[in-house]
Write a protein that binds this ligand. Structure first.
Ligand SMILES: [Zn+2]
Length: 286
């Protein structure tokens, strides 16, 4: 049974299998074999089965190097959004370097799809409490919707003072941004983000299903590499990082299929249409 009163947003981060790795540098990216299109067609077919529209946050770098990926997504009726240009962490950038990266990404994506991009997700949810200036840069560049907040602490920073993970209207220096934070689930008093990446692959489906049912707001951040069990492994990614990067890939695609079957999913744009932002929490960020 699909429960109706929930808001479940399905989104993907469109980057290559090597874009997460802190040791891989841009000049080496062209030497790596492309793998992004191995799972994307299957995923687009699966979404079609349920007549579901999703939001795809794309790197500007992908738009320039593999424009057909974005065209394919657009042709199938999905939303294109921005995931920065080269996957740099926002909290490690200056407002100037972030502005430059964002403009390049938006230009590249908009050139390929011929539409304006109004939604953004920072790499690794890195708009932290020390990088709130990013909201001004986003708003100045036409971004109206943000999905970059990780409303608890994590190794990459997070935004623990954000409060409850629910759609929120952020007000920053006179700008307004519609925020869709990533949601967490609680297991033994600890918060986990399970809508993509490591814990999505680690948790069994029954647990993902249970955590989703405990929340009336869920949002995913799935990657093609979450499904691609034949991807090359970086030798220098070791220990816990290696485990988190590569565990559970084999079962991930069937979990995705079950999630699609068991819940009703909408895109970020459809969620914006359903929400009256005068009625949600307004958060003034200094
Ligand atoms: Zn990413």
């Amino acid at each position: 049974m699909k429960a109706k009163q929930q808001m479940n947003i399905i989104s993907f981060d469109i980057e290559e299998w090597y874009h997460f790795d802190i040791f891989s540098k841009e000049d080496s990216w062209k030497n790596y074999p492309p793998r992004i299109n191995l799972y994307l067609p299957l995923i687009l077919d699966e979404l079609d089965k349920y007549n579901t529209k999703a939001t795809f946050f794309c790197l500007g770098w992908i738009a320039r190097n593999y424009p057909d990926i974005l065209k394919q997504i657009k042709q199938r009726g999905h939303e294109l959004a921005c995931h920065s240009d080269k996957h740099f962490f926002v909290r490690e950038m200056t407002p100037e370097s972030f502005r430059k990266d964002l403009k390049q990404a938006l230009d590249s994506i908009e050139n390929v799809i011929g539409d304006k991009v109004i939604a953004f997700r920072a790499p690794a949810f890195t708009i932290t409490e020390n990088a709130t200036w990013a909201f001004e840069v986003l708003a100045e560049n036409g971004i109206e919707i943000d999905c970059s907040i990780f409303p608890t602490t994590r190794s990459f920073g997070g935004f623990p003072s954000f409060g409850e993970a629910k759609p929120t209207l952020i007000k920053y220096k006179g700008y307004e941004i519609k925020e869709f934070p990533i949601n967490t689930g609680t297991i033994f008093g600890k918060q986990f983000v399970f809508g993509g990446g490591g814990y999505f692959r680690l948790f069994p489906y029954w647990l993902i299903n249970k955590l989703m049912n405990q929340s009336d707001y869920n949002i995913t951040y799935l990657h093609m590499r979450d499904f691609d069990y034949e991807q090359p492994r970086f030798k220098h990614v070791s220990g816990m990082r290696r485990f988190k990067s590569y565990y559970g890939i084999k079962g991930a695609y069937s979990k995705f299929q079950k999630m699609l079957k068991d819940f009703i999913w909408i895109s970020v744009g459809e969620a914006v249409q359903q929400i009256d932002f005068n009625q949600v929490r307004h958060l003034e960020i200094k």
